[in-house]
Write a protein that binds this ligand. Structure first.
Ligand SMILES: [Zn+2]
Length: 237
């Protein structure tokens, strides 16, 4: 999700920082030329896009005042994800501490209320409310309360769903609301977000993999877990 209003700004020393993390993670080959900016995402989202030996890195501008080690951790986790490497434990811990800190959560909630687009889109293909009720009966004994449900206005590139506790809303990417997407894939993404409704303590806002083992175990109860994950991975290739 993107913001409105505030402008991107270069991260001082950003290129050196990314190169340092590139080396520290043991990424192979010649490092790309990094450009690094703080970007006014509506979430604690960080992205990297590679093009012709260059990498454009955008870190959430919520990190603007964060300590250097948090910036390093966010950059390191982002690179680890991009290069399919396991990030060192201390980076994950550092970033997780930052995400869960009450001050971060407070600022995040403010940011989202300011920047989140309230608009949702009408469904083209899937009836998400009916799907929610079916999943609720099957996996939650009908006990999960229903937040607001909707499809994103834009097609998201990376994340396919989100649960926003501040707005009490599950939004799925409109990319999934199409006839060529298998129903079980949409169900899987919705089921994942429903688990976030059930476990509000889980950190869902980082845009990085910070789900607990218990969360992941419960996620694997989904009947078409492997097929759905496989289908989504192909989508990103
Ligand atoms: Zn999640």
């Amino acid at each position: 999700m993107k913001s409105s209003g505030e402008a991107p700004a270069p991260v001082p020393g950003g290129q050196q920082l990314l190169q340092r993390m590139f080396t520290r993670l043991g990424c192979h080959g010649q490092p790309p030329h990094f450009t690094v900016e703080f970007y006014p995402y509506a979430n604690l989202t960080h992205t990297v896009r590679f093009r012709k030996g260059a990498a454009r890195v955008r870190l959430s501008d919520l990190l603007r005042d964060a300590p250097r080690e948090v910036l390093e951790a966010a950059a390191g986790l982002l690179l680890a994800r991009a290069y399919n490497l396991r990030a060192p434990r201390e980076l994950r811990e550092c970033y997780r501490r930052f995400c869960l800190a009450p001050e971060t959560q407070r600022r995040l909630a403010q940011l989202r209320q300011r920047r989140c687009r309230p608009m949702l889109r009408q469904a083209d293909h899937f009836d998400m409310a009916a799907m929610f009720e079916q999943l609720n009966r099957r996996y939650f004994a009908g006990g999960l309360r229903r937040p607001q449900l909707g499809w994103s206005v834009r097609s998201w590139q990376v994340q396919m769903g989100s649960f926003d506790p501040t707005l009490d809303r599950i939004v799925l990417s409109r990319r999934l609301d199409r006839a060529d997407v298998p129903r079980f894939v949409v169900e899987y993404v919705l089921y994942h977000e429903m688990l976030h409704v059930k476990h509000p303590g889980e950190m869902a806002r980082c845009g990085l993999r910070v789900h607990s083992k218990a969360f992941r175990a419960e996620e694997r109860r989904f009947a078409h877990y492997d097929e759905a994950r496989h289908w989504l991975e192909r989508l990103h290739d």
